[in-house]
Design a protein around this ligand. Structure first.
Ligand code: NAD
Ligand code: NA
Length: 396
């Protein structure tokens, strides 16, 4: 069929298999051009189909020739409907890995469940023996706790005070004021349950118990800090409490890994357009000013640039991994540079519907958003009739 983007609010209901493949091919090409990394050999990526997790999988496989197992939760194509983008991304990844003779298998299901953890461990035992790197890159609005059976939903709200600031509808470019009422105590607990570190720790404990982690195995999860303007809604809001919890869990996992001389890290990444970040008020306006500023300074990066820099200049270097005072890896260093943030503070005051096209990178935002769903890529003929019924080879 001929597939066009169908937007509804902050999501796109369709995705394009050829465009998603192009996205994966571009990331592979970028990684290969950077040369070989003396890096991981056998990698498990939890949340491997989109965003930072997909880029982590590509960097491992095509940067370091690593065998990868990817876990994700994506919708297959069905009765005339396209699959979710992560499905097509994973199909393309598997195809390219097979062409290159690199081991890759994928598991589609709920990573929070005991069943998917067991399935993953069985696959590791059968095919790889032991894993030396575990990337935890889940982003989800909901989690069913496997022990209690209770389903929790995360929220994006400020804590203790009403929050008001500017935001933009990136489809129309209209800048308006948004006011968000503070959360309840329950909201905080639910958000920490979904996006905090409990599930990461359960994964590592299960991998240790099954004896499928190699000596000196490493694990990492991704966090975000961000600027002053988003503080009340992000880092000091409900999601920030979950990130505090995730970051504290890294130290607990570090202790679990002591007998193996392994290590657990948090990497603080930069703000990027993803399905998740587009739904957070204020963030799209911040990102459009950030993109403009970083592009002008020739500092702009997407997921694949960030993760290549993480592997090549932080994780797999001769010296010790450089950490901040709270023990975290920082690849948000360019976003947080003083000159970048000062510029954004200046632009923030000027931003309104009439100035934004000039002072912000709204087009860059829109194009990145379309790209998430496989739309807007050069070299893809969107008028062509394409097959949406794509299988993922290597799906277990
Ligand atoms: P994303 O939405 O692009 O990727 C989420 C991944 O998790 C997908 O592979 C999806 O299939 C998988 N997933 C979701 N629920 C699942 C489930 N129940 N079982 C199995 N898989 C499931 O998200 P992202 O933006 O790449 O975020 C990944 C991490 O990076 C998050 O911790 C996020 O907070 C962090 N981060 C994001 C940004 C940003 O600006 N986007 C910045 C810094 C850090
Ligand atoms: Na991800």
């Amino acid at each position: 069929m001929i597939i066009e983007p169908r937007m509804r609010g902050f999501i796109c209901l369709t995705s394009h298999p050829v465009g998603c493949e192009k996205n994966v091919l571009n990331q592979i090409e970028y990684t290969r051009k950077k040369g070989i990394i003396d890096g991981p050999k056998k990698v498990l990526v939890i949340g491997a189909s989109t965003g930072f997790g997909l880029s982590s999988r590509i960097t491992s496989a095509f940067g370091a020739n690593a065998a990868t197992i990817g876990v994700f939760f994506e919708k297959p194509p069905s009765s005339g409907k396209t699959a979710s983008p992560g499905w097509y991304n994973s199909a393309a990844f598997q195809k390219e890995a097979a062409n290159a003779g690199i081991y890759a298998k994928s598991i589609n299901g709920d990573a929070f469940s005991d069943a998917i953890k067991k399935k993953t461990i069985d696959l590791i035992k059968q095919d790889l023996g032991k894993i030396d790197l575990v990337i935890y890159s889940l982003a989800s609005p909901v989690k069913t706790n496997p022990k209690t059976g209770i389903t929790h939903r995360s929220v994006l709200k400020p804590i203790g005070q009403t929050f008001s600031n500017k935001t933009v509808d990136f489809h129309t470019g209209i800048v308006s004021d948004v006011t968000i009422e503070p959360c309840s105590e329950e909201d905080i607990a639910n958000t920490v349950e979904v996006m905090g570190g409990d599930d990461w720790k359960l994964w590592i404990q299960a991998l240790i118990d099954a004896d499928v982690l190699a000596d000196q195995a490493m694990t990492l999860a991704y966090s975000y800090i961000g600027p002053q303007v988003t503080k009340a809604i992000y880092r000091e809001g409900t999601i920030g409490k979950a990130k505090d919890h995730l970051e504290a869990t890294a130290f607990e996992i570090q202790d679990l890994l002591k007998p193996l001389e392994g290590s657990a890290f948090i990497s603080v990444n930069k703000a990027l357009v993803t399905q998740a970040s587009s739904a957070i008020p204020v963030i799209p306006l911040y990102i459009s000013l950030l993109y403009k500023t970083m592009k002008e300074k020739d500092l702009h990066e997407g997921c694949i640039e960030q993760i290549n820099r993480l592997f090549r200049e932080r994780l797999y270097i001769k010296d010790e991994i450089p950490l901040d005072t709270k023990g975290r890896i920082r690849i948000d260093d360019w976003e947080m540079r003083e000159d970048v943030q000062n510029e954004i503070t200046k632009l923030w005051k000027l931003a309104d519907t009439s100035t934004l096209p000039e002072i912000g990178d709204l087009n860059g935002y829109k194009s990145d958003f379309l790209n998430l769903f496989g739309f807007g890529f050069d070299g893809v003929d969107y008028n062509e009739d394409v097959n949406e019924n794509i299988d993922i080879n290597g799906l277990v």
